[in-house]
Design a protein around this ligand. Structure first.
Ligand code: A3P
Length: 325
């Protein structure tokens, strides 16, 4: 067994060493690495993705929370976790789990898993987060008729603006030069951003959701902002955690909406001063995940020409897909 795992690690290393690399919109000015058509933040992330593809076995009870970075991951993780971890039907049951930990700490992430043999599951929490594109998910997750997948997408212009600020703040926190806005814009439009091309990421999950509507729920950040309670009910129902009449009477949905809101989460001490993945290369200040949390903030950062350029890319990429962004 150990011989086999050594040789498969060897193969993985050999494969990874042949992958294309380039500069792009990414953490710490690292080169992006292309794997199966998408740009990964670094080699180690490709390695865990390959390992997941080879060894991860999805279970019927798994619920994948899939996102491209900066489209509302923190929010969707919080909502999904609040939904599955509510304990009872009485009015006080929605005790706030986010006072002590960031939503990112509430879900294991596929591509950051230390081992897939076995993948560590908490029996009380069926959620697994990932940024991995649909086409690169482990087969058992993308093909199986069992597990559920929820995905959120966002206007590419707002996604870009959010990502630009995120990496600029991250660079500043490490005394590094941020990538200038114009350059960052070019990178993003070329598809050279973490887990990009962004449009391909969205399209992968969109098309899959059309083929497997019972298994894959496709959400939009903008719709969620417009009517959060409606989408919380839809999400809960979809993943098999629908609200009972008693819970509705106790206004549990409204409590969850409030508990996961930008204002509430961003004002918690843990999100103002805490960190995730402390003492690892992926250490991040929680506050980086909360900036404005609004729709159309691109209007404050992009010129009309930039916006038109990106809209054109979006139109071309999504043409004929039935999806509008
Ligand atoms: P902005 O930079 O536009 O403000 P991700 O969680 O995928 O990294 O995305 C981060 C974006 O989601 C940021 O967008 C952030 O402010 C916003 N966000 C974080 N928490 C949110 C919440 N509870 N509700 C709505 N938006 C939220």
């Amino acid at each position: 067994d150990s011989k086999r795992s050594q040789s498969s690690r060897g193969e993985e290393e050999e494969l990874i060493s042949t992958l294309h690399k380039r500069q792009g919109l990414n953490s710490f000015n690292l080169n992006l690495v292309k794997y199966q058509g998408f740009w990964y933040a670094d080699m180690s992330l490709v390695a865990t993705t390959i390992s997941a593809q080879r060894h991860f076995q999805a279970q019927r009870s798994d619920i994948f929370v899939c996102t491209a970075p900066k489209t509302g991951t923190t929010w969707l993780k919080a909502l999904a976790f609040a939904i599955v971890s509510r304990t009872a039907v009485d009015g006080d049951s929605t005790a706030d789990p986010f006072v002590s930990k960031s939503p990112h700490e509430c879900l294991p992430a596929l591509e950051y898993a230390e081992t897939f043999a076995p993948f560590h599951r908490d029996p009380r929490n069926p959620l697994i987060a990932t940024h991995v594109p649909f086409s690169s998910l482990p087969k058992s997750a993308s093909d199986s008729s069992g597990c559920k997948i929820v995905y959120i997408c966002r206007d590419p212009k707002d996604t870009f603006v959010s990502m630009y600020h995120f990496f600029a703040k991250l660079a500043a926190s490490r005394n590094m030069e941020p990538v200038p806005l114009n350059k960052a814009f070019e990178f993003f439009c070329e598809g050279a951003s973490s887990f990009g091309p962004y449009w391909d990421h969205v399209l992968g999950y969109w098309k899959a959701s059309l083929y497997q509507p019972d298994r894959i729920l496709f959400l939009k950040y903008e719709d969620m902002k417009e009517n959060t309670a409606f989408h919380v009910r839809k999400l809960a129902e979809f993943i098999g955690y629908g609200f009972t009449l008693e819970e509705e009477g106790n206004r549990v949905v409204e409590k969850i909406v409030r508990m996961c809101s930008f204002d509430h989460l961003s004002n918690l001490e843990v999100n103002k001063n805490g960190k995730i993945a402390e003492n690892t290369p992926w250490e991040m200040e929680n506050k980086l995940y909360f900036r404005k949390g609004t729709v159309n903030d691109w209007e404050n950062h992009l010129t009309p020409e930039m916006a038109a350029h990106m809209d054109l890319i979006t139109e071309k990429k999504l043409s004929g897909s039935g999806l509008n962004l």
